[in-house]
Design a protein around this ligand. Structure first.
Ligand code: MG
Length: 313
């Protein structure tokens, strides 16, 4: 087993917590190899260099680190199992597959190595992969501004700045090769495989992580006050009831723009560069370590709506 660690996750708190983590893993008799990242993109490179020798590759860090390890696994054909050791601020990927952050639970997961297979977003034919939420528009702009900012205060300041300065932009959305098309001024378009993004914002309360479909939300031409209200409702997912929000499900989404200004896009806070981008839901391709049924039951997650096996359709 390989563990790829990002020392700067959560403003350096990941590095500080590591000695405790490593002691717990050793006490449990686990055999593992550790490598630390030095710069963005490193975890992709290290993962690709590790896929032959290690069946399970774990990411110790935030959602960005998990995204990179996942991208390395995807770019080498999804042969390896992803383990998530969340050590970031939001840890939204871990929540989307119903993992806790408790060290004892994580050790239990690594010891038993139970797996589940989930969907994965493929971006631009495999440039990047993402198990959570991708998007274009204001959330990408805010992600760009807060990149590398460690304190919660600066994060919130940039969030507010983004909401007051960003105006909806023209975007063209094509779902499933012309099945649904929209040409709209949109504040944001969210493409959700997982349910949560941006530090515990439950943007897709109905997204199912293994149904082969992306939950798509188009947030339309909202004014500043509406934008603020809508953004508050992102936290619990109730924004989808706003009249200027349209929701769809689909397997493939292409987002373009006719705007002369570039519109940034992101995947779990990692910048993807300006539009256009193509997102495809790869059905049940990604193997991940999962927490035991005992832990899921304890947390009240044994019937969680994020897994298709728990849905009565
Ligand atoms: Mg889905």
């Amino acid at each position: 087993m390989k563990i790829i660690c990002n020392p700067v996750s959560y403003g350096g708190k990941a590095r500080k917590a590591w000695p405790t983590v490593v002691k717990a893993l050793k006490d449990a008799g686990l055999d593992f190899e550790v490598e630390w990242t030095k710069e963005p993109g490193d975890a992709i490179r290290i993962t690709k260099a590790s896929v032959k020798d290690h069946k399970v590759i774990c990411a110790y860090g935030g959602d960005g680190t998990i995204n990179e390890v996942l991208t390395g696994i995807g770019q080498t054909g999804f042969k390896n199992t992803l383990g998530m050791l969340p050590a970031g601020r939001g840890n939204d990927n871990a929540f989307s597959v119903r993992q806790t952050n408790h060290l004892a639970d994580l050790v239990d997961m690594l010891v038993h190595q139970e797996t589940r297979t989930i969907d994965c977003l493929e971006i631009n034919g495999g440039e990047r992969y993402c198990l959570g939420v991708a998007g274009a528009g204001i959330d990408a702009v805010v992600a760009e501004m807060v990149l590398g900012k460690s304190s919660r205060l600066s994060y919130n300041l940039y969030l507010v700045k983004g909401f007051f300065t960003y105006r909806p932009k023209p975007m063209q959305i094509d779902i499933d090769d012309g099945r649904i098309t929209r040409n709209v001024k949109a504040l944001s378009i969210l493409l959700c495989n997982g349910q949560r993004v941006g530090n515990k914002k439950m943007v897709a309360p109905n997204a199912v992580i293994d149904d082969g479909l992306i939950d798509i939300a188009i947030i339309g031409n909202t004014r500043i006050l509406e934008t603020l209200i809508t953004s508050l409702k992102l936290t619990d997912g109730t924004y989808i009831e706003h009249p200027k929000v349209e929701v769809f499900r689909g397997k493939k989404v292409v987002i373009h723009t006719t705007s002369k200004k570039s519109i940034p896009a992101h995947a779990m806070g990692e910048m993807l560069g300006p539009l256009p981008h193509t997102f495809v839901c790869l059905h049940k391709v990604l193997k991940i370590l999962r927490m035991s049924d005992t832990i899921l039951k304890r947390e009240g997650w044994d019937k969680a709506n994020v897994f298709s096996e728990n849905l009565e359709r």
